[in-house]
Design a protein. Sequence first.
Length: 337
Amino acid sequence: MYDEKPKRRASSHPTIFWPVILIGVGILWLLGNLGVIGSANIAAVLQLWPLLLILVGIDLLFGRQSRAVSTLLGLLGVALVVVIALFGPQFGLGGDAQVKDHQFSVPIDNTASATVELDTAGAPVQISALSDSNNLFEADIRDSGNFRFNAQGTQNTTHITLGQSGLSFGWMFLFGDDATPRQWDVRLSPNVPLDLILDGGSGALQLDLDTLQLRMLRVDGGSGAVDIKLPATETEMTTAFDVGSGAWSLSVPDRAQIDLIFDDMGSGDVAITVAENLGVRLEVQDGGSGDAIAQGFQQESGDEDEGVWISDNYDNADYKFQITVRDMGSGDFTLQR
């Protein structure tokens, strides 16, 4: 028999990669707050943030085996941040991070109907009706970043798209830069039947649609609060909503022939106020952890969280408002007069 020598464990050195990186981030933040570098420089760094993941992966593979390698990787990360921050905007990195005013418009011409698609980010958005204007669409925007805008017409129908491309820079206030308030002010013609599709972000949405001729409304909410005034309609209007984490408030007039569908309630609370004379039917198909509260409405079927509720005048009402909740989510749903 012979004695086996104990195997030497592979040495592992505490990595100093992250301390060096944190020092570099702190320096970048300080330079931004002091005004030495601007939002475009910071945006250039954030546009190439996946490089940091590459350095982290290399540090996990080799940095813990050698303090020298870990130090070198950290210094390399800081050097990359400095170089990109200083010279990135000269090579088109970071987009346009300054808050600027933008104007977009589309004349009404011979348009008989239109579809409007809006893709917003972090700025508050207000949508309302035009007054005394020959335009179909107008938008006054104060925001940063680049915008994509397109208006195409075929056979008296116009399709308008407006949204931000690339990064949104609403967080620049963290670096002491670009504290100018952001705002989207979009106005639509009340004289043309419209389909409106809105993909919201983290900014609040205020939709004053009461005088518009809407045929279809689709809103995908983000984390911002949503306030919607639905229009009076003589013909049936279809709506579909996805609720994010922001609270929703809807008001419905007495002459509203609307079929409203909540595809996903998310975590935001929803409160709907309907006019006294409107016939109302609410159906909750899949209850979540939130509560369904229908004040002053009769429950026809189901239990506390799922089922069908109707108003006393639903069968005889001239205008009917039907609500379908496919997935309750974790937010509360309140229906009231």
